[in-house]
Ligand binder design. Structure first.
Ligand code: SF4
Ligand code: SF3
Length: 551
């Protein structure tokens, strides 16, 4: 698209599954992202690309800076769908990206490297006001670098979205003390590469490398989670509540949850999980707190219906936040990368204001035990019964494994996943993970000789665990993962899911069924490549897909 036409669009974003009309949000994000925030996110990405080009050169000269590495993951994570909607935070991040870049430039110029021939992003000078920054963004948004090659453009943005996912995992892992230079080196390499004219083949190589590096980032996060909190164990979680004051913790960050649990000890407050925090009940070092009681609500898109019903304080530790409505705007807080203008943001881990708010609020008036669900079927638990599973497969009693996992969202087409799980035959097992599970995780599917037919592996952040289960089963049967009686039926929404998909492609995993719709940033030609190389399929109907898989 010509730059003048691009400038006339109020915004353009097509990074997530709910993008308007399946093509792009151009007036206002379906997620609630307004044109101002979209512009500032575009400009931040441009600034981080310029910084990355310099950081890559600096790394080549042996110059490494842990602070700048972390900054890269934090900045990219901030632009992931449903993380940060606060324009002021992006103004700060843009300034930091440019300041870090200039700092690095000085340090490498000292070594005689003049950065001649580098893309102009390495010299980008930001405006001094928010309005000037928004104005500058018009020349650096998603459509501004479209050029003539639509496939290369789509791949560049696939790479950037995959990098956002890697950045999110790397940031989660770093918070728990797990970092690897290899991951940061790729963030810089990949982002710097998007400033250059690259061929479709070069870009395909980079997106698969993104998937490879993402496995390392997820491995670090797995080490951080299990090293700090132990391996999850099967745990029954109440969907009801206890009489008394209450705090609800949402998002994916275990360290924030631990801090809340520690800081509320002995204060008469019960702590509940929301959304992707559900699996945290299975971690020994978290479940030991007696006031860590149960789970409230379902997936992220139901916040407007569910949060007004919660009679306590709510803390969003990561995505997915929706625009808070007036009925709970005063009792919701953000921390870490999350932000919403006008919502109290907590830097660091002092949650005093959350606790004070919970003590002011009424809390639950009565005990209500409610239904329960079971969590804790991460790799350690599942692989501890691997012998039994293998025996059942050999005896023909367990015919097939389905991994039905991924994000939830508001689209009606997502009922496919609950219907699919309901229709899975009785001699098959369903593994699940991420927030899409809330459509079916309370279904009672029973067991096959003691092996549960529905097992919750964890958050989207635990995709590494699911991959390890598949690899271990393949090793036990002495076959490749593609030869296992295993089918992946995935739902995507945001960019961590994009990174996971790239990891599965890097591992050569075929026949993935993906929905509810396909990414808008993939051109028909690129989709054809994925179909030809990896047999990726768009979901059809549960009946048709089950028939095709089981035949
Ligand atoms: Fe639209 Fe998704 Fe971008 Fe939000 S993140 S503006 S919903 S494409
Ligand atoms: Fe969900 Fe936002 Fe992706 Fe963690 S909470 S899976 S969408």
């Amino acid at each position: 698209m010509e730059l003048e036409k691009v400038k006339k669009l109020e915004m353009f974003c097509y990074q997530c599954e709910q993008t308007a009309q399946g093509t792009g949000c151009t007036r206002m994000g379906v997620c609630g992202k307004n044109p101002e925030v979209a512009a500032l996110q575009d400009l931040l990405i441009y600034a981080v690309k310029g910084f990355s080009a310099v950081a890559e050169r600096a790394r080549g000269q042996g110059l490494r800076d842990p602070e700048f590495n972390r900054f890269t993951s934090e900045a990219m994570f901030s632009t992931l769908t449903n993380v940060n909607f606060d324009p002021e935070r992006f103004v700060t991040l843009i300034g930091e990206a440019v300041a870090h870049r200039e700092d690095l430039k000085k340090r490498i110029e000292v070594k005689g490297d003049s950065l001649k021939g580098f893309p102009e992003a390495v010299n980008f000078v930001p405006g001094s006001t928010k309005e000037e920054l928004v104005d500058q963004a018009g020349a650096h948004g998603i459509l501004a670098d479209k050029g003539d090659d639509a496939d290369a453009h789509g791949l560049r943005w696939l790479l950037i979205y995959g990098i956002k996912g890697v950045a999110a995992y790397a940031n989660h892992a770093a918070i728990l003390g797990q970092e690897d230079e290899v991951v940061y080196a790729f963030l810089h390499e990949g982002l710097a590469a998007t400033l250059l004219e690259s061929s479709v083949d070069e870009l395909l190589g980079l997106v698969l490398k993104c998937g490879e590096v993402n496995i390392r980032a997820m491995e670090l996060l797995d080490a951080g989670n299990t090293g700090t909190y132990g391996h999850p164990v099967p745990t029954e979680v109440s969907l009801g509540h206890r009489k008394g004051k209450a705090i609800l913790v949402s998002g994916h960050d275990l360290k924030d949850l631990e801090a809340i649990l520690k800081q509320t000890e002995g204060k008469g407050i019960n702590v509940y999980t929301h959304g992707e925090m559900l699996p945290t009940h299975g971690y020994p070092e978290l479940k030991k707190y007696s006031h860590f009681y149960g789970h409230f609500g379902s997936a992220w898109q139901n916040q407007h219906r569910e949060f007004p019903e919660f009679p306590g304080a709510i803390l969003m530790t990561t995505n997915c936040i929706q625009r808070p409505v007036s009925s709970y705007k005063d009792n919701i807080f953000t921390t870490g990368r999350v932000g919403w203008p006008g919502v109290q943001h907590i830097e660091g881990e002092d949650f005093t204001s959350v606790i004070e708010k919970a003590l002011e609020m009424p809390g639950f008036a009565e005990d209500e035990p409610g239904k329960t669900v079971i969590v804790g079927f991460a790799r350690n638990t599942v692989l501890s019964v691997a012998d039994k599973v293998i025996q059942l497969v050999k005896e023909g009693k367990l015919r097939h494994f389905f991994l039905v996992g991924g994000c939830d969202g508001a689209k009606p087409g997502r009922s496919y996943y609950s219907e699919f799980v309901e229709k899975v035959p009785e001699d098959a097992v369903v593994l699940t993970l991420a927030c899409g599970k809330f459509r079916f995780n309370d279904k009672e599917l029973g067991d096959i000789e003691g092996i549960p037919r529905l097992m919750d592996v964890g958050q989207c952040n635990d995709a590494y665990s699911a991959i390890q289960i598949a690899v271990a089963l393949a090793n036990a049967f002495n076959v490749g993962v593609n030869d296992l009686p295993l089918s992946l039926v995935l739902s995507w929404y945001e960019q961590k899911a994009v990174a996971i998909l790239l990891s599965l492609l890097h591992l050569g995993i075929k026949n993935i069924r993906l929905g509810p719709s396909l990414p808008a940033f993939l051109t028909p030609d690129i989709l054809n490549v994925l179909v030809e190389k990896f047999d990726i399929k768009h979901i059809s109907t549960p009946d048709e897909d089950l028939k095709a898989i089981l035949n």
